[in-house]
Design a protein around this ligand. Structure first.
Ligand code: ADP
Ligand code: MG
Length: 256
């Protein structure tokens, strides 16, 4: 019997911008249902790593394997680039990303945002996409906002809408880059609640967050990045409650 495919594996990812090596060989393996949380100071490379995983940036070195499919690269004089952009499209459809700043399309209603990719990428009928979108909006508590434009919604509603849009692709892995960092404090809880439900239902997730209590609750693994290197990795109880390095201790200390 074939082994269950691993949703996402990154091996030795390196990335530089000019002289600055931002990622110095980072690896992770997300098994089905894993919630992997990346923590680290601003500038440590968390966003760049997420962006490399769904090929918004091209890693200079290292390997990416999505659902047992290895991404092919070819060398050019500007560095590596994907060998097959069709493959990139296919991979991106499996890895939905939720950004800090919501990124809903401002000229579309919430419902139109959610059905866009299912209709144009997955080639679903409009009717089917709308039925599914309404069910997703109901799940994130936004069914009554389906016909609103993003500017007519709070940041928390926009972010829950962005999560519904990501879910509409039924992704193999969801990537979240500080999804609550731009929210007013009173709106954070509703977004974390939606994410906790996704974790509970067994979604594979890779998450960058500063919400340490949340990370402790939902993560199967925590990775502490420092200057593009994995400094500590393990279960939340090890990494968050028994940090080995003074640097991580400082990072986790309550801020005044
Ligand atoms: P984090 O998300 O952990 O705050 P980032 O991945 O955004 O860190 O950035 C890591 C480093 O890479 C920073 O020093 C940042 O300035 C640099 N960087 C990120 N993107 C680019 C880019 N497109 N061009 C040049 N430098 C970049
Ligand atoms: Mg970042």
């Amino acid at each position: 019997m074939a082994a269950t495919p691993i949703p996402l594996e990154a091996k030795g990812i390196k990335k530089r911008f000019g002289d600055h090596e931002v990622l110095k060989g980072i690896s992770l393996q997300a098994q089905k249902g894993d919630v992997i949380t990346l923590i680290g100071a601003s500038g440590s490379g968390k966003s760049t790593f997420l962006r490399c995983m769904n090929l918004l940036e091209q890693p200079d070195e290292g390997e990416l394997i999505v659902h047992n499919e290895t991404i092919g690269f070819r060398a050019t004089k500007h560095g590596r680039e994907p060998a097959d952009w069709k493959q990139v499209e296919r991979i991106r459809a499996k890895l939905s990303m939720v950004f800090q700043n919501f990124n809903l399309w401002s000229h579309m209603t919430l419902l139109e945002n959610v059905i866009e990719a299912p209709v144009h990428v997955l080639k679903k009928t409009r009717k089917q996409a709308i039925d599914e979108a309404r069910a997703l909006l109901d799940r994130v508590g936004l069914l009554d906002r389906a016909d609103y434009f993003p500017t007519q919604m709070s940041g928390g509603q926009q972010q829950r809408g962005a999560i519904a849009r990501a879910l509409a692709m039924d992704p193999e892995v969801m990537l979240f880059d500080e999804p609550t960092s731009a929210l007013d404090p009173e709106l954070v809880g509703d977004v974390l609640k939606v994410m906790r439900d996704l974790a509970d239902e067994g979604r594979t997730m890779i998450l960058v967050t500063h919400e340490i209590a949340f990370a402790r609750d939902v993560s199967s693994q925590v990775i502490y990045l420092h200057q593009g290197v994995v400094e500590e990795v393990g279960e939340p109880a090890d990494v968050l409650d028994n940090p080995r390095s003074e640097r991580l201790r400082q990072f986790l200390a309550p801020k005044h």
